[in-house]
Design a protein around this ligand. Structure first.
Ligand code: ZN
Length: 314
């Protein structure tokens, strides 16, 4: 069983700018500073709510100086964060204060006012102002608690047509069609903010190109190893060649490419980010999985130093 969205992972060209933008300007909590387990000389940053609850976690691989990718078909182009409707004034002023240009609020589905903007790499982001999200987000940071980002609201995937990806979502990944409007088809495993997957039919768009400012993959959540194995079997039956189960320390993962070209992952909800540091100190130290601990000195020398000085974002 899939229970919703787990995390979204994107690529950035600048580690320090990335921390400043997501922990500083957006006020998300850096819940884990580790390395890419498949390329340990590259960082892996996880941002989310207080504990890094599935459905709130945006992660990055910083590849210094990497050229920009391009939004387009076969790619997850926009990640949308949920905030209270009454926070619109606060956030538009905040975007202005940090010289982030944005599109004027637009209604998407009823009760959703959406504002599009991008990070410094051009990653597509939105704030959706709404009154149906009961989550609180990271309330111990420098953003006033009532205005804190609550987590994801939705993600937006562009495809030639929606049917093949929709078939996978509904037949193997426990999603249902929640809403549709024009070329937008909204699916969710659970009809609640944090879980909406919007597929946009964009036949005239160019194909997306991987690079800085693009999403690497989206992970869907499943309860545990047992349910993950069941989902993996269904993916294999659909001939989508899932990877074996991989240990990511904070969860286990299975990856496969959906028919439109987006890399999907199925990740377990646990054990979570408090497995190797205390909940009060999440994200403060560089954490390495056991297999890389013997190489800590070399890895620390290869990784550029980053700081968490957020004073100017208060
Ligand atoms: Zn992942």
């Amino acid at each position: 069983m899939i229970t919703g969205i787990h995390h979204v992972t994107a690529i950035t060209s600048n580690a320090q700018n990335n921390i400043d933008f997501y922990a500083g300007i957006l006020g998300l909590r850096l819940v884990k500073k580790t390395v890419n387990f498949d390329a340990p000389e590259v960082y892996h940053f996880y941002y989310g709510d207080t504990t890094g609850t599935p459905g709130t976690v945006l992660t990055f691989f910083p590849y210094k100086g990497l050229v920009n990718g391009r939004h387009g078909k076969g790619m997850l182009n926009t990640t949308t964060f949920s905030v209270a409707m009454s926070s619109m004034d606060f956030w538009l002023k905040r975007l202005d204060r940090f010289n982030i240009s944005y599109k004027q609020p637009q209604e998407r589905f009823e009760g959703e006012a959406v504002v599009y903007f991008e990070d410094e790499d051009g990653l597509g982001l939105e704030l959706v102002f709404n009154d149906k999200d009961t989550r609180t987000g990271y309330t111990k940071g420098h953003i006033p608690p009532e205005h804190a980002i609550k987590g994801f609201y939705s993600v937006e995937i562009w495809e030639d047509g929606y049917e093949r990806t929709a078939g996978l979502l509904t037949e193997q990944l426990d999603h249902k069609l929640i809403a549709e409007k024009g070329n937008r088809f909204r699916y969710a495993a659970k009809d609640a903010p944090g879980n909406y997957v919007d597929i946009l039919c964009m036949p005239d768009s160019l194909k997306g190109l991987a690079g800085s400012g693009t999403v690497h993959h989206i992970a869907f959540a499943t309860a545990d190893r047992q349910s993950q194995e069941l989902v993996r079997r269904k993916i294999a039956q659909r001939m989508l060649n899932p990877t074996p189960v991989l240990d990511r320390n904070y969860f286990t993962s299975v990856y496969f490419r959906e028919p439109g070209g987006v890399l999907f992952e199925v990740a377990t909800e646990g054990p979570g980010f408090a497995i190797d540091e205390s909940p009060e100190h999440l994200g403060e130290a560089l954490k390495l999985p056991p297999q890389f601990e013997p190489k800590r000195q070399q890895l620390e020398a290869a990784l550029e130093p980053v700081t968490m000085n957020l004073d100017k974002y208060r």
